[in-house]
Design a binder for this molecule. Structure first.
Ligand code: SAJ
Length: 431
């Protein structure tokens, strides 16, 4: 299947987003002939000119150094010995997994499979246990292809962490599972060739599919735990953040998570639903995962309630009050709105007929004021919804100068003591 000389192999990456593009770039850096497939014409044009459509340190440093043939034509798949599927696997408005993108990627691969190469197909997209056997493999079977005879199929869940300065495609350990020994061997060989980190072989493809879901569900339930603590401790006048910091001094068996105005992003608020929905088909109800999702989904509303409580103290109704929302991104220092709590907070503020001003330096086009000062000038109260460095470094005096009456710190990143010293009402999430 593989050409005799090392690295004279060709790779096709389907889906050139924050997962696929770094992966394609790394394969090219490791000497593979790399083809990229994406349906977004604009993205293809940009990549073909060596420019990255995504703000990512690894890409800024490497994309222009490699020769990546990007196209919107799925025939490009025919050139590949290894096909890497890195398309999104979102959930729909009822939180039901949407497998359409991954099905169409598999159909495109089945339509353009060069069986004489007996290609290795690897799914990197996050999927729930059973998808490879119940959704992907049947697509190839319908096209008359048999695993082991015409192709191999493996799963290696992506672990990209957007904006992470340390961990990237070159050094994040991975897990790999396949349908058979040969498929596992080929996939292990490939990842050990391009990544300088542990590549762990899973017992089967189902365990590999379960790993990512478990990693991110673990994070979601732990965040829900501290969010529930925050709500409870707010009533008891206990600083939840201080308690978590205290608990973190225990050198074993404790892992800190932090309360906030909500859980956004493409992974944590999505992945648990994959397991919840698939387990239902096997007659199991993941009550605990559902409760955690409910707690985390309640945090944007809780944040607005805290503002109402604060305004109550000064007999100000939310209706008609000018509220400045600092930040739109779901995560600090990135330009990513996916499932961001900020938009839910803004929606609730508008439902309460507050006058809403928004500023996020990463989204000038979605801000309705041009900078922080302009926002504070127009606002009576502030909700901080993203902990961008620019906001963490705000000198609290500016709040005083602009006569801000109340601040809800959705990321517990402002200086509570200094703000209260200016006679401004400060409420964090659990502190
Ligand atoms: N959040 C909290 N409290 C916490 C941690 C996060 O409220 O203690 C919130 C964040 O504000 C954000 C959301 O949860 O809104 C998600 O934050 P995240 O730090 O988990 O960031 P993501 O969504 O980029 O998650 C990615 C994931 N990576 C992959 O799925 C490959 C996740 O597995 C990583 O653990 C995470 O990065 C990370 O560690 O940064």
């Amino acid at each position: 299947m593989f050409a005799k000389k090392k690295n004279n192999k060709s790779v096709c990456v389907i889906g050139l987003g924050y997962v696929g593009l770094p992966l394609a770039t790394q394969c090219a850096l490791k000497g593979y002939k790399v083809y990229g497939l994406d349906y977004d014409e604009k993205k293809i044009k940009k990549i073909s000119s060596g420019k990255s459509p995504i703000k990512e340190k690894f890409l800024d440093e490497n994309l222009s150094q490699v020769n990546l043939k990007a196209s919107t034509d799925s025939k490009i798949i025919r050139k590949a010995d290894i096909i890497l599927i890195c398309v999104p696997t979102p959930v729909d408005k009822n939180f039901y997994p949407d497998l359409e993108p991954i099905k169409s990627a598999a159909e495109a691969a089945a339509k353009n499979l060069k069986t004489e190469r007996r290609p290795l197909i690897i799914i990197e997209s996050t999927i729930n246990p059973g998808v490879c056997e119940e959704v992907i493999e049947p697509i190839f079977k319908k096209a008359g292809y048999k695993i082991g005879k015409n192709y191999y199929l493996a799963h290696c869940p992506e672990r990209i962490n957007p904006g992470d300065p340390k961990w990237n495609i070159t050094n994040i350990p991975r897990v790999v599972g396949s349908f058979n020994k040969k498929g596992l061997e080929l996939a292990l060989k490939f990842y050990r060739d391009i990544i300088d980190a542990e590549i762990y072989p899973m017992k089967s493809i189902r365990e590999a599919e379960a790993v990512k879901i478990v990693e991110n569900s673990f994070r979601d339930i732990n965040i829900a735990f501290v969010n529930e603590l925050a709500k409870s401790f707010d009533r008891m006048g206990i600083d939840a953040v201080d308690v978590i910091k205290g608990a973190s001094t225990k050198p074993f068996a404790f892992m800190p998570h932090w309360p906030s105005c909500g859980v956004g992003g493409h992974c944590i608020p999505v992945d648990p639903y994959y397991l919840i929905e698939r387990a239902k088909l096997s007659g199991f109800d993941h009550e605990f995962l559902k409760i955690a999702r409910k707690v985390n989904n309640s945090m944007p509303a809780y944040t607005v309630e805290l503002l109402q409580d604060a305004l109550n103290e000064i007999k100000l109704p939310l209706n008609g009050t000018a509220v400045g929302v600092l930040g739109l991104s779901y995560k600090a220092n990135v330009d990513d709105l996916r499932k961001t709590p900020a938009l839910k907070i803004i929606e609730k503020l508008k439902n309460h007929k507050a006058k809403v001003f928004v500023f996020d330096p990463y989204f000038p086009q979605m801000s309705n004021v041009k900078n922080l000062n302009a926002l504070l000038k127009k606002s009576d109260a502030v909700i901080l919804a993203s902990d961008h460095n620019e906001f963490k470094e705000i000198n609290p005096e500016i709040f005083k100068k602009q006569k801000i009456k109340a601040i809800i710190d959705g990321k517990n990143c402002l200086n509570k003591k200094k703000i209260e010293k200016f006679g401004i009402i400060y409420k964090g999430i659990g502190r």
